[in-house]
Design a protein around this ligand. Sequence first.
Ligand code: PHE
Length: 352
Amino acid sequence: MSLSVDSVDIIKKIKSCKTLQEVEVIRLEYLGKKGFIPSEMKLLGKLPIDQKKIKGQELNKLKNIIEDTVNDQKILIENKDLEKKLKHESVDITLPHNEEVTGKIHPISQTIFSIIEIFGNLNYTVEAGPDIESDFNNFSALNIPLHHPAREMQDTFYVNNNGQDNVLRTHTSPVQVRTMLKSKPPIKIIVPGRTYRSDSDSTHTPMFHQVEGLVVNKDATMADLKSTLILFLKEFFEIDNLKYRFRPSYFPFTEPSAEMDVAYTKKNNVLKIGEGDDWLEILGCGMVNPKVLENCNIDSTAYQGFAFGMGIERLSMLKYGITDMRGLFDLNVKWLDHYGFSPLDLKTRSEI
Ligand code: PHE
């Protein structure tokens, strides 16, 4: 006793299908409600018991074979379709790009990329924090208590949120606090980000960018801080001879504190960084004040660290010869065309 159909033929038929619809037609023909298998199953009842058993087994076997072959063929067709679609959608990257439609990378973004690259090579990791900060993170934890005159050093934007004292962060230093509160030393981070102060003229915009650096371990020294900053500036400005000086300064969150100046000359309105008799202030830095470590639950008898903060606009303007800081945020396409960077030929120093 055998079936009136041949499984080999059916498999062949299914495997020759090119579309999902074709497969579906065959599936219905054999497995659909009124298809071959269900119809044959219905007839089983009329057969004598010994034949019923054999035919039933054969029908079930055939049903499984058809189901498996249909599923395999569907997957095959779907994969082929996907492959075709991907081929069709692929972009020919050998085509020359059209300058007019690619847009430009903003000098601030470009500067941030360079900073991350240089510090990344020194094994720093990048941290971030929110623009709206608590008074604690922006001031108190950094040893700037309420009514401390240092609060007047920065013209703060206050954000009153249901009586909670929040501020638009006036510097990236609150991310020092956030990082120390959430992780244990050794810590080695940089924090590029937006900062806000109520100030606006050719060298100040109410929103600007800083990059913070923080190293906390058992033996960080002022000498490590200095060599790190010197190395960074040489790499950033791509100069081998850098004339610089460290001036004593004051920040409540570092002790001792310093500001770093680099020498420059201005000839025919062109600025040359690294030599000359004029000085430009470039950053603030110092050894992390032990009080700040304690405020962040770090044992100041076991750990020490250094920190620095630089203005990203200042670095960009010096490197790329931009004279008015407000141009950076005017959203002027012509300006960006002139000062921006093509996304397709960004060169890092290691490639030059
Ligand atoms: N947060 C300081 C500022 O905005 C800069 C700074 C950072 C100084 C870290 C010392 C250490 O002026």
